[in-house]
Design a protein around this ligand. Structure first.
Ligand SMILES: Cc1ncc(COP(=O)(O)O)c(C=O)c1O
Length: 462
């Protein structure tokens, strides 16, 4: 049945913009694939563990906001490698710094100092005091109070955070009247995502991820974000740590209210629990502020944050930053890593972070994207469940029909646009922070066509 039958129902007729009409049919069909691609994928599937459901496309290079497949087709990447490539693909500065450092020193173990890991830690703490965060108002200049541990991924950073909460909890137990052995419980929140290791998975309360690998670590309590009244019974004297994303990413792009974070901060102080913000997805300027919590008053700030994704623009790295009140309980030999803090990863991260901190027009460009998505939500009230969620360049477009996020992802890819799903009802838009206004408009033309196709498919009962 043609999708171009006249559209008739209670929704007022609205014609597609000319720019969007260009994308009503697929421009990047998944098939037929060239025989060589088909053969390669068949060979890979015999050797690669089946953990990802991937479309039949092989990307061979990138440039800025674009990825190119083996057929030289270009794709506008609004997924940013899942919120990673903040400076875009194949960035020249990153490539140069990486090449120069690789020629000098890649790795020399944490048994010895290197030229870059201390510099990166210093930059992270200095920028945090400049932009505000971790209890500091913006423009705080004193040189102490925060410490950084360098790791290799977000999950590994969270794993460290949970361990540091345990060790601090033991030290704080007596003050709140419980045995050190009992102060071991962790609190997390529904729709959270904190990683796939046993620790990270245990505080990621999603049955799809958890059930196949149960039993998980014991003593984890699960609450609901923004439910202030539940906090007294949820966070108790036995709680050593509370982990939360200030803007939930993977779980559906949900904003956490500042009042809730303030109440959580107060409750953690009452019971001597370490408050952990997982800023792996929402941090490092994705919210347009250094940290998602930088814009909040210090009485909503955490004791410890974790970060990863964009820190080295795709080169693996993760980090934990904590207040001295947590760091004082960690001693040499109690935690470590072989690769974390290598001269190569930290040199690249230092370069990336320095440039992210100077990124022009971030708030203005994020405003344009938000306005365009709000406009699409208003134009397709029969498809999109308003309001658009999220902050800055971490945005979620929610759908009324729970089958539509996955369908929208496919329709967009077949029109040369890469987006992500988030939670059960939304698509997630997390582009490089270098995105130009023209690229925002191009992405929204494709999204408009996708929404139009979904509308027509619903109309025709597809
Ligand atoms: C908020 C959050 N925490 C933790 C992780 C896990 O990070 P990684 O995949 O680098 O281990 C992710 C990854 O998507 C994330 O979004």
């Amino acid at each position: 049945m043609s999708l171009f039958r006249p559209f008739r129902n209670s929704i007022p007729f609205r014609s597609l913009s000319t720019n969007a009409a260009a994308y009503i049919h697929p421009t990047h069909p998944d098939s037929p694939q060239p025989q060589a691609t088909h053969d390669k994928l068949a060979r890979y599937s015999r050797s690669v563990l089946n953990t990802y459901a991937r479309p039949p496309i092989i990307f061979t290079r990138g440039s800025g906001l674009y990825l190119y497949d083996s057929q030289h087709r270009s794709y506008l990447d609004m997924s940013g490698g899942i919120a990673v490539n903040a400076l875009g693909h194949a960035d020249e500065g990153v490539a140069r710094v990486m090449g120069e450092q690789a020629a000098k020193l890649v790795h020399n173990s944490n048994l010895y100092h290197n030229e870059w890991s201390g510099e990166l830690a210093h930059l992270l703490t200095t920028l945090t005091k400049l932009h505000g965060g971790m209890g500091y108002q913006p423009n705080s200049a004193d040189s102490s109070g925060l410490k950084v541990f360098l790791a290799n991924s977000g999950t590994e950073a969270n794993e460290g955070a949970l361990k540091f909460a345990r060790v601090s909890g033991k030290a704080r137990a007596e003050k709140v009247g419980v045995d050190a052995a009992d102060k071991s419980e962790l609190v997390c929140f529904r729709n959270a995502f904190h990683g796939r290791s046993m620790g990270g998975l245990s505080v990621t309360p999603n049955p799809k991820y958890q059930d196949p690998f149960a039993p998980l670590i014991p003593g984890v309590r699960v609450g609901d974000i923004n439910d202030i009244h539940s906090l007294t019974s949820l966070v108790t004297e036995k709680t050593c740590g509370v982990i939360i994303e200030p803007v939930q990413g993977e779980g559906g792009i949900h904003n956490v209210d500042v009042e809730f974070l303030q109440a959580l901060r107060r409750r953690c102080d009452e019971v001597g629990a370490v408050l952990i913000y997982d800023e792996i997805q929402c941090g490092l300027f994705r919210s347009t502020d250094l940290w998602a919590h930088s814009a909040l008053p210090p009485n909503a700030h955490p004791d410890l944050i974790t970060m990863a994704k964009p820190l080295a623009n795709g080169f693996p790295i993760g980090a934990v930053m904590m207040r001295d009140s947590v760091a004082e309980h960690v001693s040499p030999g109690s935690h470590g890593t072989t690769f974390g803090g290598s001269p190569l990863s930290t040199c690249v991260a230092h370069h990336v972070l320095t440039r992210l901190a100077q990124m022009p027009d971030l708030k203005a460009r994020a405003g344009v994207l938000r306005e365009r998505l709000d406009g699409l939500a208003a134009a397709y009230p029969d498809v999109v469940k308003s309001p658009v969620r999220g902050r800055g360049f971490l945005l979620g477009l929610p759908f009324l029909n729970s089958a539509h996020p996955a369908r929208a992802l496919t329709l967009a890819r077949q029109r040369g646009l890469l987006i992500l799903v988030a939670g059960s009802d939304a698509v997630r838009i997390v582009p490089s922070l270098t995105i130009a206004e023209s690229e925002i408009h191009e992405a929204c033309h494709v999204l408009e066509a996708v929404l139009e196709v979904l509308r027509r498919e619903s109309e025709h009962g597809v």
